[in-house]
Design a protein around this ligand. Structure first.
Ligand code: NAP
Ligand code: MG
Length: 506
């Protein structure tokens, strides 16, 4: 049983000394300093060394090499993880192929559903453990891993367990057949959730898989492997191989792979597309984004400001659909910017395990360097930067929430994906102008709009070149709802009935 430590100390309110935002009522900005409320880590069991999960067993890598995974909030090592090479990838793919031919493709869909459902239940039972490990390995606030990542991941498994024996209803009048072995490669921003998005629909449609997690966040995928073992899923149906980008490339190039499902950056997505050109391999690519968040003068301003804050600072901006470009209708620009600055002053940046924390640690040193590079570039390009006067922890990788004013369409901070808590702001006058500005980008993953008028929402949703458009809300996900991009944000959809499409042929 896990123990919960209850602090007896009460929340204390103190006024911050310095004036916070010039020209605004600082009395209202007095922040509440909360007593730290860290989630306990007593119940977490991590091994010092993790192996590859191949054919239902944990096996040593043939390279005999291991790499460290660290906690980006403390820079301390959490565990060492096996580094797969070409030989290991070959073994994993062959075990998936064997499981596909001998067991999984022959199994009745109702039986397959039971295994998927069992994995969902086991994951739900260990939700707290998964949430804490996700936060320690990746740096995201515990509030997010606990309330968003893990419940959503469980829901994905439940949702696709439901479809496994109902494919005839998903594709009426057609007989859906599985593809074979899927090679799946995922990034570090939603590690367990991305694993669920990939594995659950693949299994529901009768495929077997080899999954490669990102090198900075392999731990929850390895914990998932433990659950898979416990569920009694036939050996080889799911294989999880940790390693660097070269292991991902080996997976892409393996001749026995029938489908590649990739979520990650646009440059790697492009290299995968080149590598599989001329083969029979199918692909879905979920790539980068630079979402436009649009606020009209008839919007409920306070709610919109909260939505904008959530849209860009949620998960440190490590979100492919982060609302990283903000377009404000000119007549309300000054009030929106003032309120945004006020709200940024009250955001809590720090220990991701603390339940009060809004902005946790940046995932890696490299990512922190990338964000620093873009913020310096923004200033060099002539934009005006604003950051709240919060203090960052002395160890670990942290970055203050940042916004840029006076940007132009040609600024690189307005065009390129930063993948950090950095918001670039522009104003607009007419709906035509904002559509043109929002679409003037190589990406097309998501967008958000805040207005009182339904007609404006419908007008925009038909004209914005983005896979998802949220109206009067942001960053909402559900397993029944499809997700995917336009243009350089990739192709194919994950989630919902559309997500099944990616794993069947007719
Ligand atoms: P990344 O560098 O492209 O890495 C993604 C995955 O691919 C990692 O597992 C990585 O391994 C692996 N990889 C690297 N080089 C490879 C190669 N040549 N061949 C095959 N696999 C390779 O992306 P990231 O930095 O982890 O993630 C951030 C990006 O993901 C952002 O651009 C974000 O927008 C995008 N993203 C998109 C979505 C979506 O749904 N559209 C969702 C989440 C994230 P290593 O970790 O070992 O490098
Ligand atoms: Mg890590």
């Amino acid at each position: 049983m896990s123990t919960i430590k209850v602090s007896k100390s009460k929340t204390v309110a103190t006024k911050t000394a310095k004036p916070l935002v010039k020209g605004v009522n600082n009395e209202r900005l007095s922040t509440w300093n909360y007593v730290a409320a860290p989630e306990s880590t007593d119940h977490i069991q991590l091994q010092s060394q993790y192996q590859l999960f191949i054919n239902g067993k944990f096996v040593k890598p043939s390279s005999k090499k291991y790499f460290d995974t660290i906690n980006p909030a403390t820079e301390q090592k959490l565990a060492e993880v096996a580094q797969a090479n070409a030989k290991d990838i070959d073994l994993a793919v062959k075990s998936a192929k064997n499981a596909y031919d001998q067991t999984w493709s022959k199994m009745k869909p109702t039986e397959r559903a039971k295994y998927i459902f069992r994995i969902a239940r086991l994951m739900q039972e260990r939700a707290r453990e998964f949430a804490v490990i996700e936060t320690m390995d990746g740096g995201k606030p515990i509030r997010e891993s606990r309330d968003i990542d893990i419940p959503l991941a469980c829901n994905h498994w439940f949702y696709y367990a439901g479809w496994a024996d109902k494919l005839d209803y998903a594709f009426p009048g057609r007989k859906a057949k599985s593809l074979g072995v899927a090679g799946q490669i995922i990034p570090w921003n939603f590690p367990l959730l991305m694993a669920a998005w990939k594995i659950a629909p693949a299994l529901a449609c009768g495929n077997t898989v080899v999954l490669k997690p990102a090198e900075t966040t392999p731990l929850t995928a390895l914990k998932l492997a433990e659950i898979i073992q416990e569920s009694g899923l036939p050996d080889g149906v799911v294989n999880i191989v940790t390693g660097y980008g070269d292991a991902g490339a080996e997976l892409v190039n393996h001749p026995l792979i029938n489908k590649i499902a990739f979520t990650g950056s646009t440059p790697v997505g492009k290299s995968i597309q080149k590598a599989i050109a001329g083969t029979n391999k199918r692909a879905t690519l979920e790539l980068g984004g630079k979402a436009a968040h649009i606020i009209f003068d008839d919007a409920p301003i306070d709610q919109a400001v909260e939505g904008i804050i959530n849209g860009i600072f949620f998960n440190q901006g490590h979100v492919c659909c982060a609302g990283s470009r903000l377009f404000i209708q000119e007549s309300i620009a000054s009030i929106v910017i003032k309120k945004l600055k006020q709200r940024m002053q009250t955001l809590m940046v720090g220990d991701p395990l603390d339940k009060n924390t809004d902005i946790g640690a940046i995932n890696s040193k490299e990512q922190l360097e990338k964000i620093n590079y873009y913020v310096k570039l923004g200033e060099k390009e002539g934009a005006e930067m604003y950051q709240p006067n919060c203090k960052l922890p002395s160890a670990g990788y942290f970055f203050k929430p940042t916004l840029f004013l006076h940007t132009s369409q040609s600024h690189r901070i307005m065009q390129e994906e930063i993948f950090g808590p950095v918001l670039a702001i522009q104003t607009f006058r007419t709906i035509e102008e904002v559509i043109e500005k929002a679409n003037n980008i190589p990406y097309g993953l998501s967008a958000g709009v805040w207005t009182d008028k339904g007609s404006k929402i419908f007008n925009l949703t038909t004209k914005l070149r983005a896979g998802v458009v949220w109206a009067n809300t942001y960053n909402k996900f559900d397993p029944a709802s499809p997700f995917g991009g336009y243009k350089e944000s990739g192709f194919g959809r994950e989630g919902g009935i559309h997500g099944l499409n990616a794993y069947v042929k007719f």
